[in-house]
Design a protein around this ligand. Structure first.
Ligand SMILES: *Cc1c(COP(=O)(O)O)cnc(C)c1O
Length: 421
């Protein structure tokens, strides 16, 4: 069975991670090495996670309570929780389904006298150009933060020069994961110094805690091998359980109580060493192949279903989403054919503040609940992609009410009424 999402780490990395846990070395040295690797400009900061880094940055800039942050409409709920915890208000900015880029009209409309910053997430492996948003930010004196958690491509892109902050994640479901960790580039030296000061006061995430995490994911990697996953999946289903809970529940970071206490930690030396290893050994060919394969799969779908982000000029297909009205039918057909498609995910649409209902992100609300993720990785051979695409096309063709072509499908329909047909 083709697994929905692999933990992108090798056995040798896991072994090396355990070795680093046993002999972690100096935290300060590890951090300096890693930060220099990420950026020669001295503007990088290594953190325990993107959430930790974002929280740290908000602590350092200390915006007045009640300030508003314009947030591109699809993100993970924790980002909103962090914004709220700093006394700030998240205001959604809608995104266009074809490019997954911020909608300029919604950006204009979201602006208020209290707006101080814009947080833009690049989704699913796409990367949206920031020029227009940056111009808008300059015009209105706003800070611009880009969330590149899903857009890692190695050291060839470590953040847009237009952004004040660029954040990359090495969390468990991300490309080239270190099973945790994040790298931020922060433009303003004063802010950076303030962040370092706060970070130094935080308790340490120990190598022991990290070692436990490495062991947990060693188990998960074993169970999500192609053959073992089929066995586990079918057993779990036979027990009447939902496979989504099995996989997605297991890989959520910082779940449970004490969220802020757990993200506000300095990364362990061992974790920093593993991040460095993942970056230095990262294969550009592999990510290029992932992008080409994504394009191949898109072509094979022949417009039967829309893949949000399909029109983005930069797309490495971290995941492969398609839009479908009856997701359960598609998922059942895929699973029958040995493809573990899933609609489970950990993202949300940013809700508008109570007094700004007009800022509802209608397009985002329309696409997110209709997404099915096709199982997808750079190891998927072309003949299997052809077979999977045939399953998808058959389901789409047998159902009357699906959007046909990417060109005529998503954009006009969605933006005019905001409703699925
Ligand atoms: C994964 C993810 C994050 C969080 O990254 P962590 O390093 O796990 O905190 C934030 N934003 C987006 C869009 C993500 O996909």
């Amino acid at each position: 069975m083709w697994v929905r999402k692999r933990v992108d780490i090798g056995w040798s990395d896991l072994t090396a991670a355990l070795a680093h846990c046993a002999l972690p070395g100096s935290r300060a040295t590890r951090a300096a090495e890693l930060e220099r690797l990420w950026s020669h400009a001295g503007d990088a900061i290594a953190c325990l996670s993107v959430r930790s880094g974002f929280d740290l940055w908000l602590s350092a800039i200390n915006l007045p309570a009640g300030s508003e942050v314009l947030v591109s409409a699809i993100t993970i709920p924790d980002m909103l929780r962090i914004i709220q915890d700093h006394g700030l208000v998240a205001v959604p900015v809608d995104i266009d389904p074809d490019h997954l880029a911020v909608d300029p009209a919604s950006l204009e409309q979201g602006l208020s006298p209290r707006t101080r910053a814009i947080l833009v997430a690049h989704l699913f492996g796409t990367r949206q150009p920031l020029e227009t948003i940056a111009q808008f930010a300059r015009r209105h004196d706003l800070l611009l933060i880009e969330d590149c958690a899903q857009a890692f491509v190695g050291t060839s892109f470590t953040g847009d020069s237009e952004a004040d902050v660029s954040m990359f994640s090495f969390g468990p479901i991300k490309t080239a994961t270190a099973l945790g960790g994040a790298l931020l580039r922060v433009d303003d030296k004063q802010v950076r110094d303030a962040m370092r000061q706060v970070l130094a006061s935080q308790p340490l995430h120990s190598s022991w805690t990290y070692a436990r995490r490495v062991l947990k994911y060693t188990g998960i990697k074993f169970l999500t091998g192609r053959l073992s996953y089929a066995a586990v999946f079918h057993t779990w289903q036979a027990l009447g359980r939902d496979p989504d809970q099995l996989v997605n529940g297991a890989v959520r970071g910082f779940a449970g109580p004490g969220f802020f206490q757990r993200i506000r930690r300095q990364p362990a030396a061992s974790l920093l060493a593993v991040m460095r290893r993942r970056i230095t050994r990262f294969s550009r060919e592999r990510i290029a192949r992932r992008g080409e394969n994504g394009q191949f799969l898109l072509d094979q779908l022949r417009g039967a279903l829309v893949s949000p982000g399909w029109a983005s000029a930069e797309h490495t297909y971290w995941v492969f989403p398609v839009l479908v009205d009856e997701s359960s039918r598609l998922i059942a057909a895929l699973r029958q054919a040995g493809f573990d498609g899933s609609s489970a995910h950990s993202m949300c649409v940013v809700p508008p503040p109570a007094d700004r209902p007009e800022q509802r992100a209608v397009m985002a609300e329309n696409i997110l609940p209709r997404i099915v993720y096709l199982p997808y990785c750079s190891a998927l051979p072309r003949y299997e992609m052809e077979r999977m695409a045939a399953v998808v096309r058959a389901v789409a063709e047998s159902s009357e009410n699906q959007s046909r072509s990417p060109v005529i499908a998503a954009a006009p329909q969605l933006s005019s009424s905001g409703q699925a047909r």
